[in-house]
Structure formats: C-alpha cells, structure tokens
Design a binder for this molecule. Sequence first.
Ligand SMILES: NC(=O)c1ccc[n+]([C@@H]2O[C@H](COP(=O)([O-])OP(=O)(O)OC[C@H]3O[C@@H](n4cnc5c(N)ncnc54)[C@H](OP(=O)(O)O)[C@@H]3O)[C@@H](O)[C@H]2O)c1
Length: 353
Amino acid sequence: MSRLALTPLTFLARTAVGKGTRCFSSTSQRMALGRKAKLNNGLKVDLIGYGTWQSPPGEVGPAVSEALKVGYRHIDCALVYRNQPEIAVALHSSGVPREQLFLVSKLWNNSHRPENVEKDLDLTLSQLQTPYLDSWLMHFPVAFAPGPDLEPLEEGSTTRRKIDLEAPGIAATWKEMCRIYEEGKKVRSIGVSNFNKEQLETIINATGIVPALNQIECHPGLIQQDLFEYCKEKGIVITAYSPSGNNTTGKPRIMDLPEIQTVAQKLGKMPAQVCIAWGAHQGFIVIPKSVTPSRIAANFDDFELSEENFKLISEAGKKNPVRGNVPGEYIPAYWPINIFDTEAEKKFPLRPW
Ligand SMILES: NC(=O)c1ccc[n+]([C@@H]2O[C@H](COP(=O)([O-])OP(=O)(O)OC[C@H]3O[C@@H](n4cnc5c(N)ncnc54)[C@H](OP(=O)(O)O)[C@@H]3O)[C@@H](O)[C@H]2O)c1
C-alpha cells in the first residue's frame, strides 16, 4: 500500500461476484458526455451518479429502476437512508450486470468503534444483496453511541442525539476501514464524507492512506475552495451531494436563484441541470436525487457549461452562501456537535475527532 494513495486491488471478490452475478440485460446508456472520474487506485467512476437519500419506501425501487433504464450506473446509498433492501430488489431485477454498477454505501455513526465497523459493512452488503461495494465511505466524522439504534438519543431527551465520547476517534475507525480494504474482498475503494481538511489530515497522518473520495455538500452556494484545492493536491476525488441545494430546514434552494434560472432558460435546461453541470465542470462527481422520471432523465443529461456561465453561476452562489445539511439544525432531533463550524453550530463545544 502506497503511503500516499490507495493501490489497485486484485479484487478477490470478483470471483465470488462472477459466480453470484445476476445477468441483467444491458440497457442503452444515454449519458451525453459520459465523463468519468479516476480514483487514486485507478478505478473509474461515472461523473453523474444517482442519489437515494429521502427516497421513500414504495418510490425508491421504481425510481432506481428508472435511473438504471436511463443509464445511471453509479448509485449512492447509505445504511441510514433505510431503503437499501428496496434498492437491491430494483438493482437485481434490472438486468444490469453487477460489474457494470458502481455501488457506493456508507458506514453509519453508531458503528465507529473498530469492533463494529465490519459488522456495519456486512449489514449493508446483505441489504444490497451484493458481496462487495465499489466504494465505502465513513458517512460523518461523528460517532454516535454504539448499539442497534441508528439514531440514539441522550437519556431523557427527545431532541438530542447521543454522541459517543468514548469512541477512539476517526483515525481508529479509518484504520479499520483500511484493513478491510486491504483484505481485498468486500470493498473496491474507501473514502469519507463530510470531512474537512483537518479531519482528512488526521486520518491520513494516522495511516498514510489517502481516501479515494470525499463526499461533501457542494453547489454554487457552498464553494469551499480551500477544501477543493486540498483534495485535488492529495488526489481525493470530490463527490458533490445536494447539488441543487436540497435541505431539510426550508432554506432557499440554490437552484431557485434568479441567475441560475436565467442561465438555464438561455440553455434550454432545468435549473437543477445547470447546478449539476456546475459541479461536473470542476471534475466533481455529482449525485442528484430524484424520484420523478422526467427529472431522473434530465439530471443524467451531462453537458459542458461554458466558462462564462460557470463564472456567472459561481458569482451568484458566492453572494448567496448556504449550507443545507447541518445536523446541528436537524428537526426534531439535532446532533449536539460542531461539524462544519457554522454559526448555528458554534453553541456546541464538542469537536472530538
Ligand atoms: N453524505 C451525506 O451526508 C449526504 C447528504 C445529503 C445527500 N447525500 C447524497 O446526495 C444525493 C443528492 O443530494 P440531495 O438528495 O440532498 O439533493 P439534490 O439532489 O440536490 O436535490 C433533491 C431534491 O431536488 C428535487 N429535484 C431533483 N431533480 C430536479 C430537477 N431536475 N428539477 C427540480 N427539482 C429536482 C428532488 O425532487 P423529486 O425527488 O421529488 O424529483 C428532491 O426534492 C442524496 O440523495 C444522497 O445520495 C449525501
């Protein structure tokens, strides 16, 4: 293992996968540009992926089927989205061969203690009915109290999540993820999500192993240039989540900015498509979510944004900064921890990485 990057794996699971692969008939890919990102171990990933957070039961399955028909192959999942079993049914009935898919899922916060890390992965593998993931991410640099409850509450509280102050920290969790990766059986790459530069440095310095991906909230209203540059320098590919500015607390959506609407109109595109193109323009993987067939197709229509439009949108975003996904603001139960150092989180003294 290079001290700087994940190395390519002779991926043992391939044999197992080949044996258990459902033979899904191929559907025609309609990706306009078909751009890909290359990870630090050589794996290639479609730049436009498909998000599944907040895709409800009964809707997520048909939506994933539709996404596969349209041509998406990169599907972003997570244990905490509580919809992986329904996604698995859609994947397996689609006719798409497993090796054509790029399946991402994430280690949840209640499994940060090293002894729980692999169990969490095994649960995801069984829910997705696959022997391996193409990428496995630490969902947050935050440990919750261990146990079966994905979202534990502090005793006597109905609003405060229980942070695990005894957890040994993100470096210990990452070390265990690296061990599983190096075994070469269950994950083809590993990465993180919602990490800032300080947290990335903590895990890299502790292990010498650089994550392949950092999945972060990223749209014109949240331009973290320092973090973008640090990731580029280290060879960490950014995955842009909430590309259109989705959020749970009713903040203005970035896709509704008049400047973005104007560019969209000029190009004959939807504002969400322009936001997706803005991320892809920078070489970021972008993972829009939709359960609406027309939007699922539109969001996959990868196109190049001109430099002029890119700058116009970036300037509009800078004037309207917004971070939608702040767990310290979640309703009804928030996380009493300062992850992103936003104004709303400053009242929480905890920063136990
Ligand atoms: N790692 C993390 O912590 C994290 C956090 C957040 C998200 N994510 C990942 O990133 C994915 C995307 O982020 P997101 O779901 O927060 O936000 P998003 O993709 O920016 O926005 C989703 C919302 O936009 C709507 N939408 C989608 N396409 C549209 C279009 N063309 N025109 C108008 N509205 C459109 C969707 O509605 P309909 O579905 O009703 O069409 C949905 O309400 C998630 O699904 C998840 O996989 C990861």
